[in-house]
Design a protein around this ligand. Structure first.
Ligand code: CP
Length: 361
């Protein structure tokens, strides 16, 4: 995709102007609450728009005026480094006016409800609301009371759509060996067709895994979920039913790391989420690391070209060995970098959307 870069002679001292890509109006959703509402063609539009944003980021001045005058409010009720900061960087790169609400220092601590907070930030000018909440479904409630666009930055165990999209983008870039185009794609461009992708770890508590199931199967992956049986509960039934979505893809659930990792093309390790863990699900972290940790030895079962992702934050020595996390197969820092471009693309697409659909659209 070309961003149709033009220099406005009247603004010769400001960064290059980026015209709205012609496809921006093609985005059919008012909000991004999860990836289950996206068609494969929607996902492809996100990936192509991200390619364009990567081009912007490669410039000496990685700033364009696409969202000038647009208020992006970031409202995170849960801790975050990558998602919150990359949304902020992405919005600033698009010249948006960014407001960060420090929830711990806000009227939330005095008992203000989520709905009242949403109405308040809207009254203060918010047009795009990026939010994270510990309760599954909170962004859906916010979307019912907000007249602009809501972007889910992670809700409870439920969904983390921007993480799934940046993971997918990172796999596409790595498999293609370049940011544009993808090797081995089928005729619909499903570039993970025939690729074995493994998600290894605490699947039960993972909103990242839940969103990735939709995007990875939509992209054609032979998806495997692996972890202790106690951390896979409910996923066998989901696997039998199929993921739904554009590809109606199926996936495999196993507690055998060797079966999962053998000949894998992509391995994503997930953090053990002790903050969400009920007692009795794991004997100990030491035993977990011994049986399921992604070590260099285990990774040797995978394809020689396999690469490793982790959404972060990592507990090195538990779900992933430090030498794997920092090793040559790791694309973990690429994920963080790509997160800025993916979030620029999503902010851009949502800002250009004229969809009037309500929650879920
Ligand atoms: N991957 C992810 O959501 O990381 P943060 O919690 O740091 O945002």
């Amino acid at each position: 995709m070309s961003l149709g870069i033009t220099m406005d002679p009247a603004e010769a001292d400001v960064p290059p102007v980026v015209d709205r890509p012609p496809e921006a109006g093609a985005w059919p959703h008012r909000h991004l609450l999860d990836v289950d509402a996206l068609s494969w063609s929607d996902i492809q539009l996100v990936l192509r728009t991200t390619d364009a944003m990567r081009e912007v980021l490669a410039r000496p001045i990685a700033k364009v005026p696409a969202l000038r005058g647009t208020n992006v409010t970031i409202l995170f009720y849960e801790a975050s480094t990558r998602t919150r900061v990359s949304f902020e960087v992405a919005a600033r790169n698009l010249s948006a006016d960014v407001v960060n609400v420090a929830v711990a220092a806000s009227s939330v601590t005095k008992g203000e409800s989520l709905v009242d907070t949403v109405k308040t930030v809207e009254a203060l000018g918010a047009r795009i609301l990026v939010m994270r909440h510990a309760s599954s479904g909170a962004p859906y409630l916010a979307a019912r009371h907000f007249s602009g666009h809501v972007l889910n930055g992670g809700d409870g165990w439920h969904a983390h759509p921007t993480q799934a999209l940046l993971d997918l983008y990172t796999m596409r870039a790595k498999l293609a060996g370049a940011i544009a185009g993808a090797a081995g794609a089928d005729q619909d461009g499903r570039f993970l067709s025939g690729r074995k992708v493994v998600i290894l770890g605490d699947v039960l508590h993972s909103r990242v895994a839940r969103s990735n199931i939709w995007t990875l199967t939509a992209a054609g992956a032979d998806l495997w979920l692996c972890g202790p049986a106690t951390l896979l509960r409910g996923f066998e039934a989901w696997a039998r039913a199929g993921a739904g979505g554009a590809a109606n893809g199926r996936f495999t659930v196993t507690s055998d790391p060797a079966a999962a990792l053998r000949d894998a093309d992509v391995v994503m390790a997930l953090r053990i989420q002790q903050e969400r863990m009920a007692s009795g699900l794991l004997p100990s972290l030491r035993e977990y690391a011994a049986r399921f940790g992604l070590t260099a030895d285990r990774l040797r079962l995978a394809s020689p070209d396999a690469f490793v992702l982790h959404p972060g934050p990592m507990n090195e020595g538990v779900e992933i060995a430090p030498d794997v996390a920092a090793g040559p197969r790791s694309v973990i820092t690429d994920q963080v970098t790509n997160g800025v471009a993916v979030r620029m693309a999503l902010l851009y697409l949502l800002a250009g959307s004229t969809a009037s659909d309500t929650v879920g659209g």
